[in-house]
Design a protein around this ligand. Structure first.
Ligand SMILES: CC(C)(COP(=O)(O)OP(=O)(O)OC[C@H]1O[C@@H](n2cnc3c(N)ncnc32)[C@H](O)[C@@H]1OP(=O)(O)O)[C@@H](O)C(=O)NCCC(=O)NCCSC(=O)CC(=O)O
Length: 284
């Protein structure tokens, strides 16, 4: 027990639902490839095909702001809980230090760590609402390729974690959920009408997380090739390609949002020009 008032170990690690969790393909909600396929297809369909103007004109801006604030509060708290749950599950259930960087081959996707991987997977589906909020708030020019690519692909990454009992997902989960606490605090503040001055810090921390994931990959490869192998090593290659592409997109976003040319654009009050998804987006 970590504190006498709130038994975190029980509620985040040892509760029977968490302890007895098992990812069973075909049985666990969301575990079939069809579910994954149709979820992503529905997301892309609603993003590109639905008549957004008609829908958004029938909803009041105040209502959208309220929904946006509630959504951001929920995801901020959920991200914090997932980071803590993943950290405590690792501390209490890792059989030895070596296990954290290399699950033995044929590790079963059961128990507290995989429970948090599952919640993380579901949370990425909930994050689709970010896109709908951008669309409904008539800020379609903010809908970048980076945003839609990230939201539609990250769900596949989480699915692979669970399907392949992928080594090292705890490090990525913990880092990403922690970064998302900061990111949703930023979006919450925006939704409440206060644009934080620390936007650039959020972007820098996101970029740092992509770099750190490569470091973790190198450690895993070392264990994989010097020992008897690590579980889900091929799934991890999906992570590498995905995180490398995000790194490139985020560095580009950083340049456009905070670089010298963006400052010049802001001074001249140039309107964002239309490119694919209106991606020439300047920092406010
Ligand atoms: C600082 C960032 C977090 C966000 O930068 P942006 O340029 O997108 O944000 P912004 O300054 O335009 O302000 C956000 C606008 O969206 C509204 N808004 C409110 N809630 C939102 C939500 N949950 N998701 C998206 N937008 C939201 C705000 O009210 C504001 O609208 P208004 O202007 O009308 O007031 C940045 O680092 C970043 O991630 N940029 C990439 C774009 C992106 O989609 N990121 C999230 C997914 S990628 C990701 O998540 C990577 C990771 O894993 O870390």
């Amino acid at each position: 027990m970590l504190s006498s008032g709130l038994d975190l170990e029980y509620w985040l690690v040892n509760h029977p639902t968490i302890r007895n969790f098992s990812w069973t393909p075909g049985k666990t909600l969301g575990s079939s490839p069809h579910f994954l396929f149709f979820t992503i297809l529905s997301y892309l369909f609603s993003t590109f095909i639905l008549p957004h103007r008609i829908i958004s004109s029938s909803i009041s801006p105040q209502f959208i702001k309220t929904i946006s604030a509630l959504h951001n509060i929920f995801l901020l708290l959920l991200s914090f809980t997932m980071a803590l749950g993943c950290l405590l599950s690792t501390l209490y259930h890792a059989p030895h230090l070596h296990w954290i960087v290399c699950f033995p081959p044929h590790t079963k996707p059961t128990g507290p760590l995989f429970f948090w991987a599952y919640i993380f997977y579901l949370s990425k589906i909930l994050e689709f609402a970010d896109t709908f909020l951008i669309i409904l708030s008539k800020s379609i020019q903010r809908l970048t390729f980076l945003h839609v690519y990230h939201h539609s692909t990250v769900v596949i990454m989480c699915y692979i974690w669970l399907q392949t009992s992928q080594t090292l997902f705890p490090a990525v989960l913990f880092t990403n959920a922690s970064v998302h606490v900061l990111m949703y605090a930023y979006y919450l503040s925006c939704a409440l009408g206060v644009r934080p001055r620390w936007k650039k810090i959020v972007t820098n921390v996101q970029i740092l997380q992509f770099y750190s994931s490569f470091l973790v990959l190198a450690v895993m490869l070392y264990y994989h090739f010097t020992g008897s192998g690590c579980s889900g090593v091929w799934g991890w290659t999906f992570n590498v390609v995905f995180y490398a592409s995000l790194l490139v997109l985020f560095v580009d976003f950083h340049k456009k949002s905070y670089g010298a040319s963006s400052k010049k654009n802001n001074k001249l009050a140039v309107k964002p020009s239309k490119t694919f998804f209106y991606s020439n987006h300047t920092h406010k």
